[in-house]
Ligand binder design. Structure first.
Ligand code: ADP
Length: 506
């Protein structure tokens, strides 16, 4: 049976996994790399280390697989940006999606007339994560370097150029750049003008199922594969996560809560809601991922553990036992979980966390539970925006670290007011990449097979009473965000006078 290796370029590691065409996992390997933060808000990586991790991960997998490999197919973290010289050598690090150095540029672009129109036309929220905002930052802050850059690319484009000697970008990665007109699948002239570049400084656009000429001999030898082994360009990890979960049919959404979180649904035609709450990223013609990512997922539980219950330590289960002692709604206590600011559905870098509704009767179990409820309410706001963009959401598949907790599974179903299904395996973006690769190489008829390959292990139904409590609190949760915007602005202004720690006496 044919074997395809899905390679997922993640933020902290690259994972390579070999699958056969029944979706059976044959072998996997992963290698990590650091995310450097040389200044507050900067989050960058060395492209050479990521390339090395790709070579080693694939080589490790190849050594475990019997028989030939039909091809490689790629998934990648979205919104990365690297400037290359005319030889294809990086002149900049790879700026990750989490890099917020272009916060001021993004705020300016958002506030300008046409900011929302830009989001709706490009599918990408105007936010510091977007390569568009990062390009404006480079143009303003490092003009000499900006002029020397021959091509602006993302990490997957760089890696593939080294593997196959060709510089291209797929429609999916491009749809996360803030530079692509998603209706025309071509670069958006207005976005290019704002970025200050012409299209010849961007890679050629290709479909996600585009098959590159194959591995160059030196790379193939390092991976233990024949030269010319086909390489499928692949797509962004967001849309591919839906594919990997079998959430490919319109109406079936995928939600994940790991360290951060996300919710997406596949739709046939690209569209962003009128208020600009969702993103819209390409997968294949007739399949677009509409949804939102949130910065604050499991990280909020981890914070609650260390800040509120250090005696419980870093044991998530013990913390969740605390949360289980108090009822839905926490006696009127609401937590806005914006510890790492927030993305969807407001896409502003201003917000900070808050507890509202505290009374003397509230105990730490209320504070812990309110934190988890806040994460789920935020995802419910994303779901509202997805529906406001005109999309039906009939069912939900979920994955991520939170799924280890029955309580958290139930709170999610109750908050969303919908059944939530959990797949048996840990399918993700790498599996999605492999499936897309199989279609591109003609090994499966269509990516629609995904829905049949993923087995659902458990479905959690909402409890009517708890769902009623959360639905009642949701408008309050949503209004709090708006009410606090002036406060967030004041706190941003005062931030330089408000250090977290006392100055070092030495
Ligand atoms: P990542 O998103 O980094 O791949 P995971 O999907 O493994 O990570 O999710 C990590 C998060 O899962 C942690 O931040 C933690 O809060 C949460 N978590 C870990 N163990 C449990 C558990 N037993 N129950 C609920 N949540 C958990």
């Amino acid at each position: 049976m044919s074997v395809v290796i899905g390679v997922d370029l993640g933020t902290t590691s690259t994972k390579a996994v070999a699958y056969d065409t029944t979706g059976t996992e044959l072998a996997g390997a992963s290698h990590g790399y650091p995310l450097d933060e040389p200044h507050p808000g900067w989050a960058e990586q060395d492209p050479a280390l990521i390339l090395a991790a790709v070579l080693r991960s694939v080589r490790d997998v190849v050594s475990q697989v019997d028989g030939p490999v039909a091809g490689l197919s790629f998934s990648s973290a979205m919104h990365t940006l690297i400037g290359l010289d005319d030889q294809g050598t990086p002149l900049t690090p790879s700026l990750s999606w989490a890099d917020s150095r272009s916060g001021a540029q993004a705020e300016r672009l958002r506030a300008a007339a046409g900011g929302l129109a830009l989001h709706r036309r490009t599918g990408t929220p105007v936010h510091p994560m977007a390569p568009l905002s990062k390009l404006v930052w480079f143009r303003e802050q490092q003009p000499e370097l900006f002029e020397r850059v021959a091509s602006w690319v993302g990490i997957k484009e760089y890696v593939l150029s080294r593997l196959c000697g060709t510089l291209v970008t797929d429609h999916s990665m491009a749809s996360g750049s803030g530079l692509l007109d998603i209706a025309r699948l071509d670069w958006d002239p207005e976005a290019l003008r704002l970025a200050g570049i012409s299209a010849d400084r961007l890679p050629e656009l290709v479909p996600t199922t585009h098959v590159l000429p194959g591995l160059v001999p030196s790379v193939a030898a390092e991976m233990g594969l024949p030269a010319g082994t086909p390489v499928v360009v692949g797509a962004g990890d967001g849309p591919l996560a839906n594919l990997g979960l079998g959430a490919v049919d319109p109406g079936v959404a995928a939600v994940s809560i790991g360290t951060s979180g996300a919710m997406r649904v596949m739709v046939e035609n690209p569209a962003v809601d009128p208020l600009g709450g969702v993103f819209c990223y390409a997968l294949v013609p007739g399949r677009w991922a509409v949804g939102g990512a949130i910065n604050n997922g499991g990280i909020v539980l981890d914070w609650a553990g260390s800040a509120l219950a250090p005696d419980v330590g870093d044991d998530p289960e013990a913390l969740l036992e605390l949360a289980a002692r108090v009822p839905a709604g926490c006696g009127g206590l609401i937590m806005l979980p914006y510890l790492l600011s927030e993305r969807a559905p407001h896409w502003s870098s201003l917000p900070r966390g808050a507890y509202v509704g505290l009374t003397r009767e509230h105990r730490r179990e209320h504070l812990v539970r309110a934190a988890i409820e806040g994460v789920c309410q935020q995802l419910a706001l994303v779901l509202q925006s997805m529906r406001a963009a005109g999309n039906e959401v009939r069912s939900i598949r979920a994955t991520g670290g939170f799924a280890r907790s029955e309580l958290w599974r139930q709170i999610l179903a109750d908050t969303l007011g919908m059944d939530v299904s959990f797949p048996a395996g840990h399918e993700g973006s790498g599996f999605g990449a492999a499936l897309l690769g199989m279609q591109a190489l003609g090994l499966v008829p269509s990516i629609d097979v995904a829905a049949d390959l993923v087995r659902i292990e458990d479905t959690v139904r909402p409890d009517a009473a708890a769902a009623g409590v959360y639905a009642g609190l949701r408008p309050v949760f949503a209004e709090l965000y708006d009410a606090l915007v002036p406060t967030y602005r004041s706190l941003r202004r005062l931030a330089p006078q408000l250090p977290l720690d006392r100055p070092d006496p030495g």
